[in-house]
Design a protein around this ligand. Structure first.
Ligand code: DX5
Ligand code: ZN
Length: 214
């Protein structure tokens, strides 16, 4: 069964507890938490105090997606803030292998996020060390953007690489996931669906999460 991870970026920041409880009670599996630094991406989201506040009420794992430069500087702090999974961008981490070992040493699942222009082949020599590939299906920085269709062929390539290497890596799709494309994403090989706008802009987020789980 695939995993659904609603993105807190699209939640109501003036009443985060309400949306956290909604996710707790829903069929969602994880919380997806987007951290942006205004340097790696042209937007700033939130940092440690907000993640700690989310952790206080979240009854499901925090899947933290770092859109920041030099993510290796903050691994310990994200663990302390409550991250269960920590994904760094391949484009932002010079010594990716070391960074992944540092994340695992803190007891977190290690994720690697790749931008839409980054070839799947860049993961070939590191795939067995990655717990989760966060494949961006929009350019990172904002919620509510349009899904990039080329993602399907990248999912197929990644699936092939994972099978060839006998890796246990999960494929997570992040950006523009909706009720029209989620089924094809799963059929193509996705294991985890991140959804922000689709969940929180809907009339009934709980029901939308249940539909994404079907
Ligand atoms: C984009 C973030 C996404 C975002 C997805 O930079 O990484 O996680 O919240 O939002 P939607 O589902 O609205 O595209
Ligand atoms: Zn994300």
């Amino acid at each position: 069964m695939h995993i659904v991870a609603p993105s807190i970026l699209s939640a109501d920041f003036s009443n985060l507890q309400k949306d956290i409880e909604l996710i707790n009670k829903s069929e969602a599996d994880w919380f997806h938490v987007d951290v942006m630094d205004g340097v790696f991406v042209p937007n700033i989201s939130f940092g440690f105090p907000v993640i700690k506040a989310i952790k206080k009420y979240a009854a499901k794992p925090l899947d933290v997606h770092l859109m920041i430069v030099q993510p290796e500087r903050y691994i310990k702090q994200f663990k302390e803030a409550g991250a269960d999974h920590l994904s760094v961008h391949i484009e932002a981490s010079t010594h990716l292998h070391r960074t992944l070992q540092m994340i695992k040493a803190e007891g977190m699942k290690a994720g690697v996020a790749i931008n839409p222009h980054t070839p799947v082949s860049t993961l070939a020599d590191i795939i067995t060390d990655i717990d989760l590939v966060c494949m961006m299906s929009v350019n990172p920085g904002f919620g509510g953007q349009k899904f990039i269709e080329h993602t399907y062929s990248k999912i197929s390539q990644l699936k092939e690489l994972i099978l060839k290497c006998n890796a246990k890596t999960l494929i997570e799709i992040d950006g523009g996931v909706d009720l029209k494309n989620y089924r094809k994403l799963i059929d193509t090989g996705a294991d985890v669906l991140v959804a922000g706008n689709t969940v929180f802009s809907s009339d009934n987020p709980t029901e939308t999460i249940a539909l994404l789980k079907k």
